[in-house]
Design a protein around this ligand. Structure first.
Ligand SMILES: [Zn+2]
Ligand SMILES: [Zn+2]
Length: 336
């Protein structure tokens, strides 16, 4: 099968690797859509790798002897490999599994861990069925496009009475705008890139402010009746962002970070009575139906969110374009 390999700084190739073979509860998924995510950083750094990508949607083409999915099933591949036995895996929080399985060891092969590839292996319980009437492209947004901020909005119970503040309107933060709009919430964004600020408004954000604006906090208070946002999502990973959001969130409000940014002063948290959470992904075992409803009702927004699609053979051009920042979510097509 064909896979993407990084061979040097901003250098990559399509290379041939052995076909993975599913065993036990693993399924072999033909990757038809591979959403692009943080791999851009590896491409820029030039770390040699032929194991890239953690987001995919496609079709099951072979199964291990114990797998409870069948050939022909359309699925979204969840990231990471949980053990399936620990308390986190059993409660649907496999992303935090401290004892993950190694698909190469279980299946006795040397490929199939990555999604910038024509095939990937995943356990039957770590694939999410594509909802009926939904395209693979839209369903693949259940990975990082919508997933982490969907998880954050589930735990904060974001609803139509809320004003949600979202910092960082890259591919994850733009997904947060969609999650908030599907729930009927009012959205304030913080983003410096004009192209992305504009896309956020097209997706329904009521206000987008520049993080370098010296009046940022007072502007956020002005549009929230002087209170600050009810609930905030940090998706920028900027060093200062969590602290800014803590100050821009209303007293007794909630802040969830999906970004891996800097510190928050505890005096700020205690003084304001905030509830602070970290959210890496979403719980597909508990919240699968809610995600299906989100994807179905967001379809017109997802068409705006997915701005570019590239054949995998053009991955270098895709990465160079992603580096401009003038994009929402980008998709690779391993079979084109
Ligand atoms: Zn586990
Ligand atoms: Zn991702």
């Amino acid at each position: 099968m064909k896979v993407v390999a990084i061979t040097g700084e901003r250098e990559c190739e399509i290379v041939e690797r052995a076909m993975p073979t599913p065993r036990d509860n693993y399924a072999l998924v033909k990757v038809l859509v591979a959403p692009m995510c943080t791999e851009l950083g590896e491409y820029k750094r030039g770390t040699p790798s032929d194991c890239l990508g953690h987001e995919a949607a496609g079709e099951v083409v072979a199964v291990g002897e114990r797998a409870r999915v069948k050939v022909g099933d359309r699925v979204v591949v969840m990231p990471q490999n949980g053990c399936g036995r620990c308390e986190w895996c059993l409660s649907g929080e496999h992303i935090h599994c401290p004892t993950p399985r190694d698909p190469h060891a279980v299946c006795g092969c040397t490929s199939g861990r990555a999604t910038y590839a024509q095939y990937v292996l995943q356990q039957d319980w770590l694939v999410y069925p594509v909802p009926d009437g939904v395209s693979l492209e839209h369903a693949s947004m259940a990975c990082c496009g919508l997933g982490p901020t969907f998880g954050g909005m589930q735990v904060m119970k974001v609803n139509a009475l809320d004003t949600v503040l979202i910092s960082g309107l890259g591919a994850v933060g733009l997904g947060a705008v969609i999650n908030a709009k599907v729930r009927g919430a009012c959205v304030i964004g913080i983003e410096s890139h004009p192209w992305r600020a504009n896309l956020a408004k097209e997706l329904g954000a009521e206000w987008v402010f520049d993080p370098s604006d010296p009046d940022l906090l007072s502007k956020i208070r002005d549009v929230t009746g002087g209170h600050g946002a009810d609930k905030s999502i940090e998706a920028s990973s900027a060093e200062i962002a969590p602290s800014v959001l803590a100050q821009a969130t209303r007293l007794m409000g909630q802040l969830t970070s999906v970004g891996w940014g800097g510190p928050i002063r505890m005096s700020e948290v205690v003084y304001r009575g905030l509830t602070i959470r970290g959210q890496w992904h979403w719980n597909h075992l508990r919240d699968g139906e809610s995600m299906a409803r989100t994807i179905r009702s967001a379809q017109p927004l997802l068409d705006k969110f997915i701005t570019h699609q590239f054949p995998m053979s053009d991955v270098k051009a895709a990465w160079e374009f992603q580096a401009t920042g003038q994009c929402g979510k980008m998709l690779l097509k391993p079979w084109e």
